[in-house]
Design a protein around this ligand. Structure first.
Ligand code: NDP
Length: 283
């Protein structure tokens, strides 16, 4: 039997519709949510992500600005831009598309964004708030995964959850959100012994590795929930996930790539932006 496909595209459309309605209500109170997206350089994948974020802003009725700096921009150029955006009342949220060129320190840039405008939730203040469970913003990709689990009425409480990947952007916050929802969480990474054996025990398996087809059917417990965060390109240049499509025949639920976690990530960015607009206007 084939797994139920967890449709992130459909859920995104539903949530974006709700956000648009909330935006209209805020506009009636004189507040327009605004997102500034910064792109440094001309990485083709980053250009696609930025375009998708601009499109989502317009779907949600937001004001948006795109700032493109050349690949040769200095760290100070970027910090100056962030300072201006921090002070601009039209801007509720600031997103700096990663990765950055090597002359710019990612952590310096993240730390420069006003935590109240940090809609990616990467600033150490927001990371700390997530750790203690008292947060304004949730990191977009893990938040999107939690929305998908909720939509399909999958409750992590008491379940064995395995997250493969420990990045600050996906793996670590994903594990934390599952823990907040009372999952029993294991984080695996490149030094993990018997990774396949640990994955095979998971009721909920989240793959955030960045390697096409990394999770094979032998690594999946029958009837598991499999969340594929990966966004890779295969030999033909097609977008594919970290999970081998053959897992569909073993899992009970699975997110497709594309059309699973990806659209939810951008939708959660929109949710954080409207939340930022509210917080900044005490609404
Ligand atoms: P990183 O490269 O920052 O992290 C990858 C993680 O996978 C690391 O923790 C690494 O372990 C681990 N890993 C790599 N190889 C192995 C291995 N052979 N065995 C076990 N663990 C391994 O990637 P990100 O977290 O930023 O992204 C992961 C994937 O998710 C990528 O495909 C990315 O494109 C995608 N992504 C998708 C998003 C979406 O919206 N759908 C959003 C963000 C990312 P170690 O720490 O030990 O090196």
């Amino acid at each position: 039997m084939s797994a139920i496909r967890m449709d992130g595209k459909a859920l995104s459309a539903k949530v974006r519709g709700q956000i648009l309605a909330e935006t209209e209500a805020l506009k009636a109170q004189g507040v327009v949510p605004g997102l500034a997206v910064i792109l440094v350089g001309d990485d083709p994948a980053s250009q696609i992500y930025v375009r998708n974020k601009e499109r989502a802003c317009s779907e949600c009725g937001f004001y948006s600005e795109k700032h493109v700096l050349p690949a040769t921009a200095s760290e100070q150029d970027l910090l100056d831009l962030i300072e201006r955006l921090n002070a601009n009342p039209k801007i509720s949220g600031i997103l700096c598309q990663l990765p950055l060129p090597e002359q710019i320190r990612e952590d310096a840039v993240i730390a420069a964004i006003d935590p109240k405008k940090d809609v990616d939730a990467f600033h150490p203040v927001n990371v700390g708030k997530i750790m203690v469970g008292d947060f304004d913003f949730l990191p977009c990709t893990p938040a999107g995964v939690m929305e998908l689990l909720d939509e399909y009425q999958i409750d992590p409480a008491g379940k064995r959850c395995v997250v493969v990947g420990r990045s600050n952007i996906v793996g670590k916050p994903m594990a934390m959100l599952l823990l907040h929802r009372h999952g029993t969480v294991t984080i695996c990474h490149s030094r993990t012994h018997d990774l396949a054996g640990l994955c095979a025990q998971a009721d909920i398996l989240v793959a955030a590795v960045g390697k096409a087809g990394f999770i094979t059917p032998e690594m999946v417990k029958p009837d598991a929930v499999v969340i594929d965060v990966g966004m890779n390109r295969n030999e033909e240049g097609k977008v594919c996930g970290d999970v081998d499509p053959a897992v569909l025949d073993k899992a009970a639920y699975m997110t497709p790539v594309p059309g699973g976690v990806g659209p939810m990530t951008i939708t959660m960015l929109m949710r954080n932006t409207i939340k930022a607009a509210r917080l900044q206007n005490n609404l």
